[in-house]
Design a protein around this ligand. Structure first.
Ligand code: 5GP
Length: 195
């Protein structure tokens, strides 16, 4: 069993609506051993893909994205949640992302300086649920004319439609851990076979 999975079983806390809190080792306090494993596994999977940039969204995607970027020796870029009025002119690519956990919709953007047509972008995030965050990031890459190499996810909640929506959009998804079911009543987490 992977260390990430072990930590989910040991320290994950189940909230209503199948939200899993893993603040003690990934989303607030960060366990370097989990990070090392995440970096190594993503690297093994994506090392031959000619990735030129890693793209994630603030804040929880940043830690796994930076560790992989340091293995691949490419820059890591994070999309920011925009505050206030849109910037004047056209300095940013912008899209909208609905947050599954917060129930809010944010404008997210990246500076046009950092995403280019020649980029082969790998999208990384901590969780995949309905696919909103990842699809928003795909949209930003496409606005820049770049290519999406794939999406790498630490924890996929496979009972939600994120993977299907990404695959229907022609994007390959690679997840380190795939959760089949979260049972709030029995506080049980079931994993997909082999994940
Ligand atoms: P999606 O956009 O795929 O619906 O949801 C993924 C995003 O929402 C991730 O960036 C993650 O921050 C957050 N998220 C979705 N489900 C969970 C969850 O069960 N636990 C935590 N901690 N974050 C989640």
């Amino acid at each position: 069993m992977s260390y990430l999975k072990e930590r989910i079983l040991k320290d994950g806390v189940i909230f209503p609506n199948s939200v899993l809190k893993i603040d003690s080792f990934l989303n607030q306090q960060i366990d370097p051993k989990v990070m090392e494993e995440i970096g190594r596994e993503f690297y093994d999977h994506f090392k031959a893909e000619g990735v030129t940039k890693i793209l994630t969204i603030e804040a929880s995607g940043i830690a796994p994205a930076i560790i992989l970027a340091s293995h691949l020796r490419v820059p890591m870029l994070f999309a920011k949640k925009a505050k206030g009025a849109p910037l004047k002119g056209d300095e940013v690519y912008e899209t909208k992302v609905h947050s599954y956990t917060k129930g809010t919709t944010s404008r997210v953007c990246v500076s046009k300086q950092y995403l280019e047509e020649k980029d082969r972008v790998l999208i990384i995030d901590d969780f995949l649920a309905n696919g909103e965050a990842s699809l928003g990031l795909v949209d930003l890459v496409y606005q820049a004319g770049g290519q999406v190499v794939g999406v790498g996810i630490c924890v996929e909640k496979s009972f939600q439609p994120g993977r299907r929506r990404l695959e229907e959009a022609g994007i390959a998804v690679y997840s380190l851990v795939r959760i089949k079911e979260i049972n709030s009543d029995s506080q049980e987490i079931l994993f997909e076979k082999g994940h």
